[in-house]
Ligand binder design. Structure first.
Ligand SMILES: Cc1ncc(COP(=O)(O)O)c(C=O)c1O
Length: 364
């Protein structure tokens, strides 16, 4: 379908509103000047509101993976024991980063489509009394699973070695309630192209006072992502290297809009969109990959019906119905397709998706 704006329903980059598109395409400014500094201050303040924290928060010019790498290299040393509870591809990638920096890895994998099981978390924590860090993905985008961080956080806090608690909230922060301070999260990471309705290019990382204490002893090598440099520059509302100024223009605009709406309303809307889509998908006979109690508020996974070639299905949806969806990743590749409802999304967008899914299956 040439000409018509596609109904982009992949889990990032998410669609931009017309005012964000406009804001993103203006003339550059000096990243060492007053206008820029005021923008960085405003953006950081708005992000802190959504992270629900008084911790430090830094803007990194990188995709989300850069933020995840920064979370590893700033607070740990090679041979530190780090526990990763993973429920999918993105959790595994985070663990891989730690492995490359020679951490002593305890990787606890849960089956695709399932969230972390509390009993298993308790068992692993009690068997690893020397753990220095506990890592979890809040919203596993590759399978559409939301982990219960609120339930896991007290387990980490009660651990005798007082490990840091690090959360990949790349595809949940700004859409799902994740109060960093209330839930004792030492490091949380997100990225601009997700619920923030902004172009890709920036990641955000919040750092607690406890994490800063570990920073002083951390021996993993780092340069571009050395957060101490970011802390120095943040004091004057700047970043150590040239930031993605164009992305910041869009993000600033999107955040001001989000702030006006308010976080509670945004969180509620994402839950409503999830429940609405799940009900509509069931009505047309599609099977969902994740149970209602573990389902992500930002991305829904559909089991690929038998005898359907998913490459052809996705192509058909794109070419014939202008609907862009994502396939599975890692273990879920070939098993599911994914519909994102993250950031800018209305029922009409989801109705279009459901309609296209139903019609395309009939034709195929
Ligand atoms: C949960 C999660 N972690 C990590 C990433 C990687 O982020 P990026 O692709 O921005 O590097 C993603 C991207 O989809 C994600 O959803």
């Amino acid at each position: 379908m040439k000409g018509k704006t596609p109904n982009l329903r992949i889990p990032g980059p998410t669609p931009l509103s017309p005012d964000v598109i406009k804001a993103s395409s203006r003339q550059m400014i000096s990243h060492r000047g007053r206008e820029y500094e005021e923008m960085q201050k405003r953006v950081t303040g708005n992000l802190l509101y959504f992270f629900q924290t008084k911790n430090d928060l830094f803007l990194l010019t990188s995709s989300g993976m850069g933020g995840l790498e920064a979370a590893v290299v700033n607070f740990f040393s090679p041979s530190d024991k780090l526990i990763f509870f993973t429920v999918g591809e993105f959790g595994n990638r985070w663990a891989e980063i730690a492995k490359r920096y020679q951490a002593k890895l305890i990787r606890v994998k849960f089956p695709a489509g399932k969230s972390c099981e509390k009993e298993e978390v308790i068992r692993v924590l009690s068997e690893n009394k020397d753990a220095a860090g506990v890592f979890i993905t809040h919203n596993e985008t590759s399978s559409g699973v939301l982990n219960d961080v609120e339930a896991i956080s007290p387990l980490v806090r009660q651990h005798p070695n007082k490990p840091l608690f690090l959360v990949d909230s790349i595809s949940s922060m700004g859409a799902v309630n994740l109060p960093v301070d209330d839930w004792g999260i030492d490091v949380a990471v997100s990225a601009s192209q997700k619920a923030w309705m902004s172009p890709p290019g920036l990641s955000f990382i919040s750092v607690s006072a406890r994490a800063w204490e570990r920073y002083g002893k951390a021996l993993m090598p780092k340069y571009y992502f050395d957060l101490n440099m970011y802390r120095d520059f943040a004091a004057k509302n700047q970043t150590p290297a040239t930031p993605a100024v164009g992305v910041l223009f869009g993000l600033d605009c999107a955040l001001e809009n989000m702030r006006k709406t308010g976080r509670e309303k945004i969180f509620k809307k994402h839950l409503q969109m999830r429940d609405y889509l799940r009900a509509e998908l069931r009505k047309i006979g599609l099977q969902l990959f994740v149970s209602d109690s573990e389902a992500s508020p930002t991305v829904t996974s559909i089991v690929i019906p038998r005898d359907i070639d998913y490459h052809r299905w996705l192509e058909f949806l794109r070419e014939k119905y202008n609907v862009i969806l994502a396939g599975g990743m890692g273990e879920t590749k070939g098993r599911i397709i994914r519909v994102a409802h993250m950031g800018m999304v209305e029922k009409e967008n989801l109705n279009e998706v459901v309609d296209a899914l139903e019609k395309s299956l009939k034709k195929m």
